[in-house]
Design a protein around this ligand. Sequence first.
Ligand code: CA
Length: 222
Amino acid sequence: MRILVVEDEPALALRLQQTLEAAGFAVDLAYDGEDGWHLGDTEPYDAAVLDLGLPKLDGVGVLGRWRESGRTMPVLVLTARGRWSDKMAGFNAGADDYLTKPFELEEVVYRLRALIRRAAGHAQPELACGPVRLDTNSGRVSVDGQTVQLTAQEFRILAYFMHHPGRVVSRTELTEHVYDRHFDNDSNVLEVMLGRIRKKVGAELIRTVRGQGYRLAEPDAP
Ligand code: CA
């Protein structure tokens, strides 16, 4: 899952990036409203963390423009002031949730996981496909009840498939949702990762759909 963080305080932006990356997300940073709006308008993020007080274009303006142009990713708004009028303005512009500064960094992680899961249509924190289970809160993955250790990259890829079971996911879509914008799309890293994941969770779980991409399916499904 790939997250956009728009926050003009460099120290907080960096701490958010480190925390989210440690929790298994790919993260892009923007430090002002214009850059943040542009990235969110052109890159396919699974969610955004958006500060309201930003230089060049404020958070409400950024969010309003995203929603006007049909960008529907969940947005967690950060507000320094905690005033109800600020929160209301954020919700009216299309925010899905908000946090008042100062906040616990871990709370951002938990709220984002819940927002992304619900946006994909899953009410429960545990996602299942055949013998494979993925707990979005703890990050635990198991096959037939046995815990499987995945690297952060492997986890991001499997989590994306588990959020979108049964659907064909193109290579481009997968790359755009599991790596940040500095990823080299021409490399064969993705195929290597898929090979490792199949070894750990079962070769039949992630099918290759010739000429189209990949599809997560239960092992005994056609
Ligand atoms: Ca700010």
